[in-house]
Ligand binder design. Sequence first.
Ligand code: HEC
Length: 435
Amino acid sequence: MRTKRIGRCVLAAALAAGSVATASAQSAPKAANVSQVTFNKDVAPIFQRACQNCHRADSIAPMSLLTYKDARPWAKSIRQKVSRREMPPWFIDKNIGIRSFKDDPSLTDKEIATVSAWVDAGAPEGLAADVPPARTFESADEWHIGKPDMIVSMPVAFTVKPENSDWWGNFTVDAGLTEDRYLKAVETKPSSGGGLKVVHHAVTSLVYDDGTPGGGTLNEYAVGKNGDVYAEGSGKLIKAGAKINFNMHYHAVGTPITDRSQVAFVFYPKGYVPKHVMNTMLTPMNDDLDIPAGADNVRSDAYFKLEKPSRLTSYMPHMHNRGKAQCLEAIYPNMITETLSCVNRYNFGWQIVYNYADDVAPLLPAGTIMHTISWHDNSAKNPWNPDSRNWVGFGNRTSDDMSRSWLNYYYMSDDEFKKEVSARKAAKAVLSSQR
Ligand code: HEC
């Protein structure tokens, strides 16, 4: 990781030095240099793809990055956030485990080098002819999952006061279902109007008061995400009597804004049972989490066993302010272990569900043990730490901590599993023979 980071800096510095050298060698001072990195030619396309969904008026981020004028004053800060991989928010370690995800907004090393080189060259605008056509954005009122069969709103509206500090909380409401149904798709969304400005993220989950298993995360809303549509023939069961929990993170924007977020569902027809039923597992609680005052890199472990052959579709780490890093590892029945994913810059401010791309979603044999390893930083160096003098244990308050992960997976028959594994092997063989 360290050598990698140094590598990037060296590259950026070289690019920057290159452009400075050519610029000073030219006598015509203001003429745009073709080889120079400019906003219009090189940076705008990156911002369109990876930033503008959040960085525009009426969306969640503090400033717009739509135009050169908007972006120019932020150049230094952009360089810093981008090169530290703090923006766009996506905290998976790209050098470990599975590398391909759905909805991955993160920048490649090359894109980071381009943005850095642009800033280092004095953030030049470039030629008007190079400005790419403006990106269009979807209406915030639209459901992306098709026409919902049922929409459930938060039980009450919540008003974010102009100067509130960030606020986390839970709202639970009865879904009003009198019979069991299988979900084909689910999407969570802030209310229209101002909701998009103040809802930093929202995670909906299913709760059964009587302790019925099968609850767990439904869907995560973050700007630019379009809801979850399960693959044909797979779905999640929502039972009669289920409650929906909205876990909200609100962010004040200087004017009072009221939100009443919603979650929408598309059902399979009545009586239809999908071949694959999605399970959501919260890795067993570390009730004995024990984080001494001032300590860094405090490790804790959680385990659970997959009883049948499984396909893991997503991973979402969950810790609180002292959370620093987390890895998910598979311990196979033959005791060989494999790291599937690590989040190396955990940030409690962003609850991100990492959805594996279909062709790499882990196929795990029966008896595989899922192992979640979490690290906490309770030292004063951690900028999110509310008080490094306190011992910290497990708890629901944000001043307590957690070391959990949510996993979405479904079980398969032995036959199906074997088929999928050999199809994967064959696909890899094709890939390598093409090289
Ligand atoms: C998912 C939404 C989202 C995306 C995508 C995103 N940002 Fe941000 N950005 C935010 C929010 C929200 C903040 C405010 C701080 C925070 O909550 O982390 C922020 C803060 C920043 C800041 C710091 C502003 C300050 O006050 O100093 C910079 C710089 C920035 N973003 C640049 C970018 C760039 C460049 C990209 C694309 C490469 C990007 N962001 C992508 C949401 C986003």
